[in-house]
Design a protein around this ligand. Sequence first.
Ligand SMILES: C[S@@+](CC[C@H](N)C(=O)[O-])C[C@H]1O[C@@H](n2cnc3c(N)ncnc32)[C@H](O)[C@@H]1O
Length: 393
Amino acid sequence: MDEITQKVSDRYAKAASTGEQMCCPTSYDMANLQSFIPEEVLKISYGCGTPAGLKSVAQGETVLDIGSGGGIDCFEASRLVGPTGHVIGIDMTDTMLEIAQRNAPIVAANLGYPSSNIEFRKGMADAMPVEKGAIDLIISNCVINLAPDKRKVFQEMFRVAKPGGRFTISDIVADQPVPQYLIHDSEKWGDCLSGALTLTDYIAGLTEAGFLGLHLITSSPWQVIDGIHFFSVTLTGYKIPAATTVSTVRYATLRGPFSRVVDELGTTYFRGVPQPITQNVATLLSLAPLAEHFVLSPDQLCLDQADSRWTAVYPTKGPCLWQGHFALLAGPFVEATDDDHHLYRRGEPVEVCNRTLTVLETAAYAPHFAIINRATQRMSEETDSCAPDGSCC
Ligand SMILES: C[S@@+](CC[C@H](N)C(=O)[O-])C[C@H]1O[C@@H](n2cnc3c(N)ncnc32)[C@H](O)[C@@H]1O
């Protein structure tokens, strides 16, 4: 174990035995969890999200939790997969594993299961003691930022996922690369800050490992240190299985809200214009987070504003106020353009005025963006327009 990882493990061993408060706000339904998970586990919940993929867990599935800590998410997964499902929690810290293991039979009894459907294994996130292609859903809550070699963790995730499997992970990311003086601060590393990747690098690591259909479930601001914004994101992505049937789909027409997008396989689409696609692209576009954006068809199909499937959101009239907001596209496209000519590249902060913010907060756009505010003080209320005719930049 390298020095940083040893310090992280010592830190969490200490936290597990003292029950100290650490890390970030989550949005657990505590009343529900308290009904079957002992307090000893709940008080050492150190996540930075609520892996929302749990909502999509089906009975009988196999779930893996990387860095399971006291086991809070494993126990919730245990309830959701039911007695026929299986949950594996992996952690490198003995004290955490002992608490989780001790509580597994208690939770099983509280759920009315004949025996526990969870096993906790000691192991590292970048070399997981899990066989290839065994997992339906990988979850992880505020752990991967702590691992020194994230790319290896992402590769391991892809190895253990079943074809057709998916992940939902909550983690801390930064709006810019974390500088060396913070990277070498082991205290802040243990606080889930120094090891944070930028959103761009985080998503790139997952797509390089082979995952597709990456998209944002939630994001929320966490801390600002020396101008670096740390925020938590919950992301989902898929290990797409090889196509077994030949699809009749030949064309995809973008419905909106974006006026132009580039998918993860490099195909560009303009809203309303039929784009010829390959079988692989048809499979990608059929995934839930992408399907709603397209009409897939065997024939060329054009859309215009009069069509109810057209989902553009146009900018409102009025002055631009710059108030420090930046928008980070978080999928499922690598590049996208709105109707005010803003070009968003996945993970990269783009400064937006209040008018654009209003557009990005609409139901059609909001799920695709993390919004941060880099202003350190309240901006003046003076209006500032980027073009002489009052149009937005
Ligand atoms: C911030 S805590 C989160 C625990 C748990 N996921 C939760 O939500 O309460 C991080 C946990 O990940 C474990 N951990 C950190 N780095 C790890 C690594 N590289 N491999 C395995 N476990 C790791 C720690 O021991 C600790 O239990």
